[in-house]
Write a protein that binds this ligand. Sequence first.
Ligand SMILES: NC(=O)c1ccc[n+]([C@@H]2O[C@H](COP(=O)([O-])OP(=O)(O)OC[C@H]3O[C@@H](n4cnc5c(N)ncnc54)[C@H](O)[C@@H]3O)[C@@H](O)[C@H]2O)c1
Ligand SMILES: O[C@H]1[C@H](O)[C@@H](O)[C@H](O)[C@@H](O)[C@H]1O
Length: 340
Amino acid sequence: MTLRVGVIGTGTIGRDHIRRLTTVLSGAAVVAVADIDRDGAAAAAPPGAETFDTAEALIRSDKVDAAVICSWGPAHEEQLLAAIAAGKPVFCEKPLTTSEAAALKVMEAETAFGRRLVQVGFMRRFDADYRRLKAVIDAGELGAPLMFHSVHRNASVPAGLYTSDMPLNDTLVHDADVSRWLLTDEIAGVEVRLPRRSRQGGELRDPHLVLLHMRSGAIVDVEISVNIAYGYDIRGEVSCERGVAALPNRPATVVSDLRGIRQAIPEDWRQRFVEAYDQEFREWIAAASAGTATGPSTWDGYAATLVADAALRAVSSGNLEPVAMIRKPELYDVPAAKAA
Ligand SMILES: NC(=O)c1ccc[n+]([C@@H]2O[C@H](COP(=O)([O-])OP(=O)(O)OC[C@H]3O[C@@H](n4cnc5c(N)ncnc54)[C@H](O)[C@@H]3O)[C@@H](O)[C@H]2O)c1
Ligand SMILES: O[C@H]1[C@H](O)[C@@H](O)[C@H](O)[C@@H](O)[C@H]1O
């Protein structure tokens, strides 16, 4: 059976996901698209796909079995609620929502429905290197994880569209999610330090140094630099009691010639995580075809949203801001070590 998918939001990542669903992966076909920019949607539609005027009309259509949301963060809440109301599996790009209240609404709707329908686009959980890193930590030979150093550098971000809150509520959410998942822990508090401002980003506040205090006492330091100019550079190193485990740089090929010894650097997330996105959708297609979702859940999206909110408060207060989560609904009670 082919899963009939409708894609909402046909900007940069919407088009990239349409490409992978159409030409890379099997088991799904993009049969519908929608965007507030109707011409953009029509241009992105694969042959035979229908262009809808609104996300809601696309979700309700009986030609669509499941939806992929790639619109801007503030639009996710309404679109997720529409998908849950229709009882259709939905993949939603991060962030799940841009406020705690919105995340709770989505969680209430999904728990009332009684089955997981939502998968959040935290693709690092599907990256082979991150999975190997987690396997090493989970095996326990290195002892308990004490610190995780997470480096998240973007070559640049779209001027004007990427605003000063986004390093914390759009970019940091990946590091927050991967920290909870890698360390099988929750984030209890957040501190933010503002180093000297980079002139690369104009008026944008950049970079940020974020400290995530885990419930276990482990500490994660995160460098968020979004105008580093040289490329998309993602690094991670976990210091444990009896050893250290680190992500390799990607691509791993090392070239030696007259100019020295060097590795290429990805331009952006599309290159660095191409295989992770493919695997994320492979697993989503299997789950959605069975009427459900897998991997990062509404609970995980909610957790990342709380961390982003706490980080934004920490910038204003200069203090360690607590993260207070509600009690986890049973629907999301999958042993963390097993969840992708
Ligand atoms: N997982 C990742 O690594 C990753 C990478 C890039 C983007 N993202 C996320 O994906 C989402 C989209 O990012 P992008 O870079 O493609 O942005 P983009 O600006 O290129 O595209 C967003 C598209 O959504 C459309 N849109 C906005 N509101 C809409 C609505 N109400 N209904 C229908 N369409 C609507 C816009 O017209 C635009 O075409 C964001 O949430 C972003 O954080 C995730
Ligand atoms: O939307 C993008 C995407 O999530 C990338 O993975 C991240 O590195 C960027 O900072 C963010 O703006």
